[in-house]
Design a protein around this ligand. Sequence first.
Ligand code: MV4
Length: 447
Amino acid sequence: MIRKILIANRGEIARRIIRTCQRLGIQTVAVYSDADESALHVREADVAVRIGPPPVAQSYLQIQKLVEAALETGADAVHPGYGLLSENAEFARACTKAGLVFIGPDSSAIEAMGSKTQARKLMKAAGVPTVPGSDGAIPDVVAAVEFAHKIGYPVMLKASHGGGGIGMQVVDNDADLEKAFTSGQARAKAYFGNGEMFMEKRIVAPRHVEIQVLFDQHGHGVYLWERECSIQRRHQKVIEEAPSPFLDDTLRQAMGEAALLAARSIDYSNAGTVEFLVDANRNFYFLEMNTRLQVEHPVTEMITGVDLVELQIQIANGAVLPFRQEEIARQGHAIECRIYAEDPEKMLPSPGTISSMSLPQGEGVRNDVGAESNTVVTPFYDPMIGKLIVHGASRSQAIEKMKAALQQYEVSGIKTNIPLLHDIVSAKAFADGDTTTNFIDKLKGRV
Ligand code: MV4
């Protein structure tokens, strides 16, 4: 039975995990870099261990230091949160090898989903709808031209080991393909250490709809509905909601079952998310699978009433899933806004010291924040300082709650994206549920 958990993360997700552990009577170990010495997650844990100087490479990504901290403090499990080492198979293996329970899937599942081309092959073989595209990496420009003629332009070039849209390019004709292919290879090599590229048919103005899955270690799996995450900027999610305004029950069930198929095909256990692209004709296609708890998991918690971190811990303890598919609630509507320390005009991070912070309160309002007054937002870490999540009986009620909550949200001393968030949730297109992936560009008149 897990009695003490080291949280190998920081900021709002570390606090969120500590909150559930405290409710369950589980001891917590926080880790911190010199930049986080007085951070909230350090103060709220039962024990805190310094792991190094501010740069993540010298602190939060130091696998051996994290394992040693867990062993030295008598932790019996490690929760990786999201980002950082949460999808690092080597870290999962190092924890297991040290006799620690890694709260997440087996390292083999993490590795299976680590390469986009391998993931596509596995999904296709499992019968999960995938975008028409190449089975594996495209070796050179000649092969790229041949394949583009086979599936027809426009195509999407992507990095096999990529993420966040880096290296991804839309190509409309042969003339642009060679340059796109060679520049994509170079960027992928520079960013990910692997220049492999693959090709897909381009889905025009898709929605990004993802399904939360939960598997115990005994083969039982459920889906906890979907999250609509189409409102992104530079491939960074900005606003997420559950359920999606675009799905009806038929599509919801079909996508949920496809997500279960995807997870089952890699013997998945614990919490995971299967991401899909959905086109205007309601066709859905596998995009990728995230083998971790995601930033936006609170909107799922708000409409189902579950605590996903508690369920992750129970599953890691070997428990059987406590509910069947038909018992999972889907009540009301939840919306999440990510609060970034950024200059909305320049669209760049805006580090600095938060001189004061005042959070909205109210029924159905949830704040998952990692910062407080006098927190220094440093350039070392993700500029997201917190998440504002609201729940309402309907989507329109949730929108009204979000608008009011954003107006009450006060952060002084640094710039934030709160004005942009308010513009988005106040827009008619948002109220109409017209939330495709070019939403912000359309809102700003860039398309
Ligand atoms: C696509 C696509 C259209 N067609 N793939 C993949 C990484 C993700 N961050 C964006 N990705 C896309 N892949 C094909 N075949 C369009 C996008 C895309 C996108 C998808 C979902 C949400 C926002 C997006 C913003 C730009 C591009």
